[in-house]
Design a protein around this ligand. Sequence first.
Ligand code: GDP
Ligand code: MG
Length: 181
Amino acid sequence: MEILRIVITGGVGAGKSSLIRTISEIDVVDTEKEVTDELAEMKAKTTVAMDFGRITIAANQSLHLYGTPGQTRFDFMWDILIRKAQAYILLVAAHRPDHFRYGRKIVKFMNERVQIPYLIGVTHTDCADAWELEDVALALGFVDETTRPPLLAVNATETASVKEALMAIVLELAKSCQHQL
Ligand SMILES: Nc1nc2c(ncn2[C@@H]2O[C@H](COP(=O)(O)OP(=O)(O)O)[C@@H](O)[C@H]2O)c(=O)[nH]1
Ligand SMILES: [Mg+2]
């Protein structure tokens, strides 16, 4: 069995959990937990791990999807997740320009640690006040269309849309493997 590990990242509300839940064949392990021991005094609620989902794409091939933890700080969980990942999808909510900066930060953080294919999934394009894809790309700092990662609209709540995004990232992965040969 070949397992492709893909990290789904993005700001709070971007659609990470939805995307994984929409497509996963297994019940999503949602690990946002109330902390009941003495730690609770420090923090009422914490994300102890991440969303996890699985999808079979061929008889001997499956995708494992890992959502990054909810809070905005980059902790050890991120390091564990991204070192295992073969590719990642950054979700950016088109109607939340105040989150674009965080999106840029994630890309920078990832680029400093791993060289793996990625794409930008722009969610909430159906919402009022959603920015156009091109404007989201520019706001994220991708000025040159020829060198930027693929950028596509994704509705994290729709199966067909999520499938399209996953197919696109698998394609990126295949391309990067070819380059390495
Ligand atoms: N209208 C719309 N709602 C979306 C889209 N993607 C996600 N959502 C909704 O946005 C909310 C936040 O999504 P969630 O998956 O919890 O975000 P997370 O914080 O990144 O895990 C949920 O209510 C989703 O149903 C989208 O493309 N369009
Ligand atoms: Mg979530």
